[in-house]
Design a protein around this ligand. Structure first.
Ligand code: ADP
Ligand code: ZN
Length: 301
């Protein structure tokens, strides 16, 4: 029998907790809104204690969290949510508190690094050694596996906050990012679309010019990521990407922007399988968290 793991997808809006060993083996799942750290940690701990009484203790737990976070195991604030503007959530020791109370090893990383790990293991990135997972939702974030390892570096990538060319005549919207205004996230996250067009992104009709502009910003960012990281595939998830018309527009614009410079069939002819939705759909987050737990156990001495 395969070992059981716990996974927590810690989002800014909701938490998803699950016990299982992979996409075909999720024993139990619980979702609840992201209220206060105390309340949320109590709910998560209670859930895993209840499940342990039924299935036995999990071998390890993974937490894929909204951020910014400290994912460096050698740092004093490892496992913390650090400088988030979300009220009450700055400097919260999420992984430490949950790990101490449940007495299990905890793997901890950004939500998007977690999702990348899940897609690598079970989804659209199986067999690759270098790829990107991006979420376009309430915010924009990117997780990267390069040469078969998640990238952390100083802290972790912040791919949503790169600067993009912004033609203020074509798009006078000032941007939504509290730090940078019109960075990539500021121009292209779901709330930015809602603000710019004065209606929620999900209510914009499929033929609205909003999607052409959104595809333009996504393609500009992807062009930069392709040129800096040379990913073998780019996975685009998050609420905004549930608009299927975006994919063909983004692919065509990426080809135009690269202008035949990156000479590889993945981009020149096979772009439909190069820029893709998550293979795990909207379960990439929680399955990624389980994958982080599995990785943690594998790293234990
Ligand atoms: P989160 O980023 O909080 O985890 P989501 O990935 O669902 O959650 O992103 C939420 C954002 O995505 C909101 O700004 C919302 O307007 C937008 N969104 C959700 N569903 C859709 C949809 N079907 N089409 C376009 N935008 C959507
Ligand atoms: Zn920003």
């Amino acid at each position: 029998m395969s070992k059981l793991f716990g996974g927590i997808e810690a989002g800014g809006t909701k938490f998803v907790c699950a016990v299982g060993s992979g996409p075909d083996d999720i024993r139990a799942e619980l979702r609840f809104p992201t209220t206060t750290p105390d309340e949320v940690i109590n709910q998560a701990v209670a859930f895993f204690q209840e499940q342990a009484a039924v299935y036995g203790a999990v071998a390890a737990l993974g937490i894929a969290s909204f951020g910014p976070v400290d994912p460096n195991p050698h740092s004093a604030t490892y496992g913390f949510i650090t400088s988030t503007p979300k009220p009450g959530w700055a400097q919260v020791d999420l992984a430490g508190e949950i790990g101490r109370r449940l007495r299990v090893p905890v793997g901890f990383d950004t939500d998007v690094n977690g999702a990348a790990l899940g897609e690598w293991r079970w989804g659209a990135a199986q067999g690759l050694d270098t790829f990107i997972y991006l979420t376009i939702g309430t915010g924009i974030g990117g997780g990267v596996i390069a040469n078969n390892k998640l990238i952390h570096g100083l802290l972790h990538p912040e791919m949503g906050h790169i600067r993009l060319p912004h033609d203020r005549q074509a798009d006078p919207y000032a941007g939504h990012c509290p730090y940078h205004g019109d960075c990539f996230e500021g121009l292209a996250c779901g709330p930015a679309m809602g603000d710019r067009w004065q209606q929620p992104a999900e209510s914009l009709p499929g033929d609205h010019p909003a999607w052409e502009l959104e595809a333009h910003y996504l393609a500009l960012a992807l062009q930069s990521f392709i040129c800096t990281l040379s990913p073998q595939r780019i996975i685009l998830g998050g609420g905004v990407m549930s608009q299927p018309q975006l994919f063909p527009m983004v692919r065509r614009k990426v080809q135009e922007l690269l202008n035949h410079y990156v000479q590889h069939p993945a981009i020149l002819t096979d772009i439909d399988s190069y820029i893709v939705p998550p293979g795990l759909g909207n379960r990439a987050g929680v399955l990624g968290a389980i994958a982080l737990g599995q990785q943690k156990l594998a790293e234990q001495p």
